[in-house]
Design a protein around this ligand. Sequence first.
Ligand code: GLN
Length: 542
Amino acid sequence: MTKYVFVTGGVTSSLGKGIISASLAKLLQARGYRVTIQKFDPYINIDPGTLNPYEHGECYVTEDGAETDLDLGHYERFLNVPTSQANNITTGRIYQNVINREREGQYLGKTVQVIPHITDEIKRNFKILGESGDYDIVITELGGTVGDIESLPYIEAVRQFKWELGANNAIVIHLTLIPFLAAAGELKTKPTQHSVKMLLEYGIQPDILVCRTEHHINMEIRKKIALFCNVNINSVIESIDASTIYDVPLLMLKENLDKTVLAKLKLSGNKEPNLDSWKDFLGRLKNPTKDVRIGLVGKYVELPDAYKSIIESFIHAGASNECKVNVEYIHSENINPNNVAEKLGHLNGILVAPGFGNRGIEGKLDAIKYVRENNIPFFGICLGMQCAVIEFGRNILKLKGAHSTEMDEKTKFPVIDIMESQKKIKNKGGTMRLGSYNCEIKKNTKAFEIYGKTKITERHRHRYEFNNKFLKQYNDAGMITSGMNPESGLVEIVELKNHPFFVAGQFHPELKSTVANPHPIFVKFVTAAAEHKYGQKIKKNK
Ligand code: GLN
């Protein structure tokens, strides 16, 4: 029978429920359990696909094309197991399901209410992954903070669920904050006590408390928390600030979080977790033999969460190269032909980020022209690839005013154009070309050198594409279309022949980089950046 672990948050948001959930899952996986994590978000959007990155950070896309919360990225990066639509549910989706059923007449004669109809639908969704038979343990992270009006139905659903399944089959981990008052020189437990009291008011006694803190919490404080929150002292887990999120599984191991969870679920905790490869990764991450500086050119740079998966992919690729990757955020709106050398001249590589709309486009084009002409390694993702195509069109093919029809509908040279399948679509939510698609790679190309095979799949999120009317012209002039979708003929990868590293993809490789499997384009891009800096061929370590 599948066991369930719920992770709630108290006191403040941003305590890192996603990282704690992923770390616990990692430890349980390393002990041989089949684990998955799902996230329930209390907002009314059906999914975060229609949210601005400033609102919500990056939108993470799964293999099956779901637009989801960025925490799913952490789950995949830690566990190396793909997630799916079932791993991210929002209040919007819960209500939509209930309202559709109401219209179909399934509740005929009844008043449809938050309790029991919404809570029943939440509980049904809690169980979907568990009922697949694929998992021993399902960890469910509840978005928001206990006490928020919008998370109440979820808390109530957890209360019912826990009661229905019995104490050893479903447990609640509450993540809270132990603030340090500098003036008093003390760690304070009161906010945690209050947050647990609030959970108790809703009928939930948390089984385990994970306490975020900047300083170690001593035995005295642990005892106090245990006494006031009705938990065993072993169930007070310290979660101290870490220098990297990838340390957290080991910190949780030291605190016996996994053992405590297994004991509460009456599962065996005898087998020690095998974390050899994880530790090997951390060793390489923390002992770099070289460093590079890479510019991330985008327009959401004020909010690094907007590029979460890209940043994490650089961490994986850096470890793989034993190279510290310093990422410098560069606002594309601030780049122009006069300052581009000053802005980018010191960098060992440039990544032009994904994005939508016209803002900051010209700066991206200036950046690409500069790195193309100066042989600086370049990596373009999605809009970044489209910009590489536009820049080449304008400056090499001399197609004056070449553009994407996303930015200029009337351009004389629509080198990037809306996909045929997108032309009739009016709705914005969930309608892009989403999820995993095949890509066939041509031999004797950089792309083939990177992947080492001809058949790959990558994840997508876009409406526009390379306009194949210009294919021959580009190939003849040295921009090679080295990856194509075999079914539709869409261009997936472009690269430049006479450049040390100029590779761009219509897909999002950052969504598939994990600790266990760093993405090969990121790995080779970092190698190229190191070669650019140190001026020699770098021998690959791993
Ligand atoms: N705006 C572009 C498109 O829709 C690129 C999307 C992206 O970068 N994710 O095709």
